[in-house]
Design a protein around this ligand. Structure first.
Ligand code: NDP
Length: 295
């Protein structure tokens, strides 16, 4: 199966690594060419010279870019990616994108006989490396059958969310919850440290109680208490995701004050901590505001 993979970032490079052997014949492309060349030489696959060159003849094209805006930009780039799609091929967009843009891309591709599936993933770099990502996809079953083998190469729990855009919606809400958990757990632990409670003791109790979450069970003990803060998922991307959830709520005419507040706080954290920080570093903003360190 001829596959093109565009976007070898923190996540994409690990996902593409599952597509480097038979039955797949892989061509990669990345904006920063050196990363594509390094990947291609490490895995003995072809690096395309442009998006158009990479997708030509591919049966499945995978994109894993920061947001739907970059997917649109690459699609409409001057090198003619849009014109290079083979009829009957499917674009599998693993970007955590926004539902409205995904629907518009799907409509545009369908006029060329090309299918589209939005297929954001969760599980982070650990699951991406292990090939055990959760994949939430939106689109038709017919299009999904074209990309099934590719999705199964990096996914374990694979769930249809609904029509095109549904995967994006589900992912945005999941990540809005992640943002709320990081901010609320960070505030709670900062408070407890100020009140004289050891954060390790606090987490021991919280993780045996109803306040627990993946943030309290894994992220804070492994990344905050240790002060390791590894970069696995950029804070800028989480800010983007909760922004998508907030916009979706507004489009649906809803009141979502909690998500809006968390979105504002994530935006502030991004502004103060920068584009390259990890999402868990948002806790550092709370620490700085309250003159406390959770360790
Ligand atoms: P990164 O920021 O690490 O990588 C982004 C990729 O997109 C890079 O290959 C980058 O190229 C490329 N890119 C950025 N801007 C452009 C552009 N204008 N034109 C073309 N290519 C561009 O992101 P991740 O790999 O972490 O995330 C990718 C997607 O997956 C995002 O939507 C994210 O929200 C989602 N995701 C990430 C997870 C994670 O744990 N990291 C977990 C779940 C979902 P270059 O190398 O040139 O910068």
């Amino acid at each position: 199966m001829r596959v093109a993979f565009l976007g070898l970032g923190d996540l994409g490079s690990l996902m593409a690594a599952h597509l480097t052997a038979a039955p797949f014949s892989l061509t990669v492309w990345n904006r920063t060419e050196r990363k594509a060349r390094a990947f291609a030489s490490e895995h003995s696959v072809r690096a395309g010279t442009s998006p158009g060159d990479a997708v030509r003849d591919a049966e499945v094209v995978v994109t894993c870019l920061p947001s739907s805006a970059e997917v649109e930009a690459v699609l409409h780039g001057e090198d003619g990616m849009l014109e290079s799609f083979a009829r009957g091929s499917v674009l599998l967009d693993c970007t955590s994108g926004d539902p409205a843009t995904s629907r518009s891309i799907a409509a545009e591709l369908s006029t060329r006989g090309v299918g589209f599936i939005d297929a954001p993933v969760s599980g982070g770099t650990t699951a991406a490396r292990a090939g055990t990502l959760t994949v939430m996809w939106g689109g038709t079953q017919e299009d999904f059958e074209v990309v099934r083998a590719v999705v199964e190469a990096f996914g374990k729990k694979i769930v249809r969310a609904g029509p095109v855009g549904s995967g994006d919606a589900l992912k945005a809400v999941n990540n809005a919850l992640l943002a709320v958990h990081i901010l609320s757990t960070g505030e709670g632990l900062a408070m407890l440290v100020k009140a004289g409670v050891d954060p390790g003791v606090a987490l021991d109790v919280i993780n045996a109680s109803s306040g627990r979450s993946n943030t309290s069970e894994n992220l804070i003990p492994q990344r905050v208490l240790t002060r390791a803060f590894p970069r696995t998922f950029r804070l800028a991307l989480l800010d983007k995701d909760i922004g998508i959830a907030e916009s979706l709520g507004a489009e649906l005419g809803m009141e979502t004050p909690l998500i809006s507040l968390a979105a504002r706080r994530m935006h502030e954290a991004r502004a103060s901590l920068g584009e390259e920080s990890d999402h868990v570093e948002a806790v550092k903003m709370i620490e700085a505001e309250n003159d406390v360190v959770i360790r």
